[in-house]
Design a protein around this ligand. Sequence first.
Ligand SMILES: Nc1nc2c(ncn2[C@@H]2O[C@H](COP(=O)(O)OP(=O)(O)OP(=O)(O)O)[C@@H](O)[C@H]2O)c(=O)[nH]1
Ligand SMILES: [Mg+2]
Length: 317
Amino acid sequence: MNENQDLPHPPEEDRPAPSREPTRCGLVAVVGAPNAGKSTLVNALAGSKVTIVSPKPQTTRFRIRAVVMHEGSQIILVDTPGIFQPRRRLDRAMVAAAWGGAQDADRTLLIVDARAGLTDAVRAIVERLAKAAKPIWLALNKVDLVEPPRLLPLAAELNQLLTVEETFMISAEKSRGLDRLLEKMAADMPPGPYLFPEDELSDLPNRMLVAEIVREQILRQTHEEVPHHATVETENWQERKDGSVRVDCTIYVGRATQKAILIGDGGAKVKAIGQSARRELETLLERRVHLFLNVKDRPGWDEERGRLRALGLEDLD
Ligand SMILES: Nc1nc2c(ncn2[C@@H]2O[C@H](COP(=O)(O)OP(=O)(O)OP(=O)(O)O)[C@@H](O)[C@H]2O)c(=O)[nH]1
Ligand SMILES: [Mg+2]
């Protein structure tokens, strides 16, 4: 028997005080032009895939929050859609979601593709950011693709157009320069309690994660007009006794011709999309997944309120 077992607990005041450093917590909106590498950066900082990435612009369609813990700080990174000149209702809702993200955040991190440089899209974003009196960090991304002498003039030019608190040179893909960025973000978060449980990775529900992973494969495996005219909705989620899950998704496209491309010869394309998505989902969800994809043409879905609401996008008018 342990001889200390029956000893009374020491009085409250004699116990060592729990080391409770005040916590910090804040939201950082990651904004920029389409394809700048925002989602790649969010995943790299989160240390896990929380948001989809593709070589095509306009990959991200709605805000996704990723939770990053660093030295007593909880940094909630808000991945946002790229900001561009919107045309369709879908585009307008995406861009509004991006600006809304910047508005709600404590800080804004502007990502600029260093290889693309100061494009018109970047200029338009900078002009609007300059009007909002919020501290801004600037990250020139994809420095792995650029000769170093080109970086300083670009940074200087951007710093002239916008009051930037600090400029970072990073490669989100090669994880270069991310430590310094993370240190700075953690140190500058406002004091306050954590908003998310510490072990939470993101606010994306699993049904939406499945739809996004399927959409990522559509972006990667189809071309031209198909990717941007497709949306994915999870219709059914069924837990099975053996621990696996069956998920049924509908892919909506704008036209019968797009549907034909997406299905492919004898269903080969949609099968390949489903296989890649299932493999990735099994890793992310750590369980067996039976994925069923159904393709429908639905002209004008990108103007339909219901479809946008399914993406969590707000109705603008
Ligand atoms: N070489 C290189 N490629 C990168 C880097 N960061 C991102 N990329 C690539 O750039 C492309 C776009 O990346 P995303 O992270 O999807 O870009 P995004 O800004 O989230 O794009 P939207 O969601 O469309 O606004 C992908 O092909 C990435 O692999 C980088 O540091 N270096
Ligand atoms: Mg993105």
